[in-house]
Ligand binder design. Structure first.
Ligand code: COA
Ligand code: AMP
Length: 630
């Protein structure tokens, strides 16, 4: 079938389409209804169906001829180690850790927070939760204690699984004090913590609450898969919203399994047995979907890489991994390629490795700038595909289709809507705009399987954030357009989210931190263009009247506060004190105009501006920081 036929069927007869796709995965009991729309706008896929995600990821393959095939390869240049797990070996570990969790009283429906570096135990813990029906919530290691505490309070985990440390290139980052601090800050107290002691650093344990991973594993009995409803939650993944309170995106079991397995074949063009590498982190949605679940659902070998694109040890790191493990398809963020290109512009490291098995590169997390796309194409001589998705959807919304039909790549575009997603571009009056016109990108309900059914314990927040502004549609919060060929061009966010090195961050959350400084009267954080990270945050603060302290000291303090409250991942390193902030007459801060000034983009004087002179002052302050860059 052609893409056009597949897409048409998925939109016009979604139940027939997805029922066929769902035949490709293993069910304990088939669904009663493919799409349950009895409680709109909450849609449920495969209602009445029963299955287990861990069974589909591991047991099924062990029982069907893949027991001795590699399931997981852990490649860690930062610890100079490589560890390989066959499907049988990974299943053994997972079943035993599932037994550990059960032994600690974790039951179906309980939440387990994982605060882990990129080690196999992170994957093992995720799958172990799935095995016994516990709901995992992985928190990225670059978040600070305060962010972890917020997630503990929202998810109320029975247990937390963590490690003594992470390793950032050469720096050993102690995780345990952050975990202890988070538990101290949180109102809700988890009963048990399971700590993986890494040889690089030993964590101090809290008697009666903390238990060692290795000791518990030694004594554990393996636990079997439990039968779960397709609509039962598999995980919660918190993502930045427009305030300091993150949104708990819920993923259910059945729809996720069906959609992810389909995507491996038709989007990524991957067959069972292939080697698939998502160079991301298990703390992000890319890590959940394409390091852990999808490659294993599909019987592939997945790579877990504890390293960076550069510096571990050089810009040839990615090519070394591709060559050593025979990677067929790589998925990463454009920022990783910008980092490599910056250190090895002529691609001299590429030629040192055997990339003969490598077929395609997929990029997402931010729009891939055409320069980076061309550089990757020229160096690697494989298809380079920019594709677009979000934590909320869990799998791509816009892509090219390596396993279905490849369309010409248009640099800067995320290509075509993925089957299942009825993507439309609407104006403020909710009418579809014509080709080439920018508007709000929305998806007509129902969303396909795999996308969030709601936010954790927050149906109201789900509707407010995603559904209310355009009734009948899911709001992506991205703006852009479709061209005359139907290609999607994702140009900007319509909210305060910025993308820093492919990491999604809320400037609103950073503003909340700055505003808490005792000398700050008001503030604005904007995302400014950055050659490496795409965007980085820049803070502007207005001081309270009468504050006479050294401004540089205050700037240092607010930078430190963001690092301590949100985490190093925010990359908040630039701030300045300004006299006043530009506002509309109704008092709205003109962040968009400030960003244009910082980026050196032409702007129209906003008609509603209160005092245009303030923009000149801001331009001077930004110029003193070196913006716009020449
Ligand atoms: N634990 C603790 N700290 C972490 C961390 C973790 N898991 N991950 C990142 N950090 C820290 C970094 O050490 C850095 O700290 P610093 O300010 O003290 O130097 C800070 O958080 C910012 O990290 P990052 O944005 O990753 O910047 P970087 O300079 O270390 O690396 C890149 C830049 C481009 C090489 C890196 O972002 C990268 O490899 N990106 C790849 C794509 C990716 O993972 N995308 C995710 C979604 S697909
Ligand atoms: P996250 O939830 O962290 O995956 O971030 C999702 C957001 O990243 C999207 O809403 C977009 O703003 C942006 N994004 C991700 N992939 C792309 C892409 N290929 N092109 C443009 N923007 C993207």
């Amino acid at each position: 079938m052609s893409y056009k036929e597949v897409y048409k069927q998925s939109i016009e007869s979604p139940e027939t389409f997805w029922a066929n796709v769902a035949e490709d995965v293993q069910w304990y009991k088939k669904w009663d209804k493919v799409l349950d729309d009895s409680n709109k706008p909450f849609y449920r896929w495969f209602a009445g169906g029963e299955m287990n995600s861990c069974y589909n990821a591991l047991d099924y393959h062990v029982e069907n001829g893949r027991a001795d095939q590699l399931a997981l390869v852990y490649d860690s240049p930062v610890t100079d180690s490589i560890k390989r797990f066959t499907y049988r070996e990974l299943l053994d570990e997972v079943a035993r850790f599932a037994g550990v969790l059960a032994g600690q009283g974790v039951e179906k429906g309980d939440r387990v927070i994982l605060y882990m570096p990129m080690v196999p135990e992170a994957v093992i813990a995720m799958l172990a939760c799935a095995r016994i029906g516990a709901v995992h919530s992985v928190v990225f290691g670059g978040f600070a204690a305060n962010e972890l505490a917020t997630r503990i309070d929202d998810a109320k985990p029975k247990a937390i699984v963590s490690a003594s440390c992470g390793i950032e290139v050469t720096r050993v980052i102690s995780y345990k004090p952050l975990l202890d601090k988070a538990i101290e800050l949180a109102a809700y107290k988890p009963e048990k913590c399971i700590i993986l002691q890494r040889p690089q650093l030993e964590a101090t344990m809290v008697e009666g609450r903390d238990f060692g991973w290795a000791e518990l594993m030694e004594k554990a009995e393996p636990a079997d898969c439990v039968s779960l409803a397709a609509t039962d939650p598999l995980y919660i993944l918190y993502t930045s919203g427009t305030t300091g309170v993150p949104k708990g995106v819920v993923r259910d079991n059945g729809g996720h399994l069906v959609a992810l397995k389909w995507s491996m074949k038709y989007i990524y063009g991957v067959e069972p047995g292939d080697v698939y590498w998502a160079a991301s982190d298990v703390g992000w949605v890319v890590g959940h979907s394409y390091i852990v679940y999808a490659p294993l659902f599909h019987g592939c070998t997945t790579i877990l890489y504890e390293g960076k694109p550069v510096g571990t040890p050089d810009p040839g790191a990615f090519w070394r991994v591709i060559s050593d493990h025979g990677v067929n398809v790589l998925f990463t963020a454009p920022t990783a390629f910008r980092a490599i290109k910056r250190e090895d512009p002529k691609g001299e490291y590429v030629g040192k490795y055997d990339l003969s098995k490598f077929r395609a590169l997929f990029l997402a997390g931010e729009r891939c700038d055409p320069d980076t796309l061309h550089w990757a194409e020229d160096q690697l001589k494989v298809s380079v595909i920019d594709h677009w998705w979000q934590t909320e959807t869990g799998w791509p919304i816009g892509a090219n289709f390596a396993g279905l039909e490849m369309f010409p790549v248009k640099p800067g575009s995320a290509s075509l809507p993925v089957p299942g997603y009825n993507v439309q571009v609407l104006d403020e009056d909710h009418n579809e705009v014509s080709a080439g016109q920018i508007g709000a990108i929305v998806i007509k309900l129902p969303l396909p399987p795999g996308c969030l059914p709601t936010l954790w314990n927050n149906d109201e927040g789900y509707q407010n954030s995603y559904l209310r502004a355009f009734p009948g549609y899911y709001i992506t919060a991205d703006a852009g357009y479709k061209d005359t060929d139907g290609y999607l061009w994702i140009m900007s966010r319509t909210d305060d989210i910025i993308n820093v090195a492919g990491h999604r961050l809320s400037t609103g959350a950073m503003e909340e931190v700055l505003a808490a400084h005792p000398d700050v009267a008001e503030c604005a954080v904007i995302g400014v263009n950055d050659e490496l990270k795409g965007e980085v945050p820049l803070g502007t603060v207005v001081l309270n009247a009468g504050v006479e302290r050294d401004k540089d000291e205050i700037v240092k303090e607010v930078i430190k506060m963001v690092r301590e409250k949100i985490g190093p991942v925010a990359s908040f390193k630039i701030a300045t004190v300004v006299k006043r902030l530009p506002k509309t007459r109704s008092g709205k801060i003109l962040r968009g105009t400030m960003k244009k000034i910082a980026d050196g983009v032409e702007y129209k004087m906003p008609a509603t501006i209160d005092d245009p002179v303030i923009l000149d002052e801001i331009a001077e302050d930004l110029a003193a920081l070196g913006y716009p860059h020449k």
